[in-house]
Write a protein that binds this ligand. Structure first.
Ligand code: 13P
Ligand code: SF4
Length: 299
């Protein structure tokens, strides 16, 4: 199957992008693997005719918005991020009326429609930097409550208004689960994604995006780590560090939507070119502004 995928990629001038949460065998055949910010930058610069995005809907949508002339395909168009929809209807307009100088900061894990109503997008790897750089005092941070409060602690000079959304996978990781792993592995460092709850973040030695966690584990002198994020990162962690040990909260955090990206579905979409991401023209233009602003401020 892998050789068929390779051949079709060459024949069709296609490129495969995968998030670190995609299954290991998909990361293995991908041309680019990374966190959301890295993949957005790769998409923007891509010269391929076809981009196969192994992620979830908001990633495929953002790829189409950032590079509209390309055919963007997803192995499974139903792979979605529940958090991307977690903003109550009318609340953005209500906040804009309440605060004169409001900036709506939108985590990239959001629908293109929500991006259209926002001033700037962020990812977990650049949110602190971008919020700090904004001239506005009042910030409405959507949709992730946990990433929003993580940013608020690090940028105390801003009034950050939080929204009630979360990643159901990261929110299920509890401090009790992390403490149980720490008891079993007392020398391990705890590396955590900022989508986790505040009590898990407080127990952590390092907090960062998936790419940041992977980079930290590589350069750390420590040999054991407790990883508080989706377990797809394990593939890269083990590949980079065969002599280090990685443990996860029990049960392992696993995003079922990300796991819909299988080798079979990648091959099928390359053969049939049938699962194309379509974004309405007006929505595309509206969502491009905050994404472009992120690329401008987040580098
Ligand atoms: P990053 O890619 O920024 O690490 O975010 C993780 C995530 O949940 C993507 O859905
Ligand atoms: Fe969404 Fe969470 Fe899955 Fe990431 S891990 S895609 S935030 S549900």
């Amino acid at each position: 199957m892998k050789s068929q995928i390779e051949q079709l990629k060459i024949e069709k001038n296609a490129v495969i992008l995968a998030h670190y949460y995609a299954p290991a065998e998909v990361q293995e055949i991908a041309d680019f693997v990374g966190d959301s910010f890295y993949l957005a930058k790769v998409v923007r610069q891509s010269n391929a005719d076809i981009i196969v995005f192994c992620g979830v809907q908001f990633m495929g949508e953002s790829a189409k918005v950032l590079n509209p002339d390309k055919k963007v395909l997803m192995p499974d168009l139903t792979a979605d991020c529940p958090m991307a929809h977690m903003v109550a209807s009318g609340i953005i307009e209500e906040m804009r009326q309440r605060y004169d100088d409001l900036a709506v900061v939108c985590y990239i894990n959001s629908t293109a429609e929500l991006k259209c109503k926002s001033d700037v997008c962020v990812t977990s790897s650049n949110a602190v930097k971008i919020v700090r750089a904004l001239p506005n005092k009042n910030i409405f941070f959507i949709p992730d409550h946990n990433l929003g409060s993580f940013v608020a602690k690090r940028v105390p000079e801003k009034n950050i208004i939080l929204n009630d959304g979360c990643c159901p996978i990261h929110a299920k990781i509890t401090a009790v689960q992390v403490l149980a792993e720490k008891e079993k592995h007392p020398k391990a460092e705890v590396l955590t994604h900022p989508e986790c709850n505040a009590d898990v973040i407080e127990l952590s030695d390092y907090i960062g995006s998936t790419a940041d966690i992977i980079a930290y584990a590589k350069k750390s002198e420590t040999k054991e780590f407790i990883i508080c994020t989706e377990d797809g990162v394990d593939y890269k962690l083990i590949t980079d560090n065969p002599n280090k040990r990685f443990y996860y909260p029990n049960p392992h955090p696993c995003c079922a939507d990300m796991k819909l990206n299988t080798l079979e579905s990648v091959l099928s979409v390359l053969q049939k070119e049938d699962k194309e991401v379509i974004v309405d023209d007006d929505v595309r233009k509206g969502a491009l502004k905050p994404l472009d602003k992120m690329l401008e401020l987040g580098i």
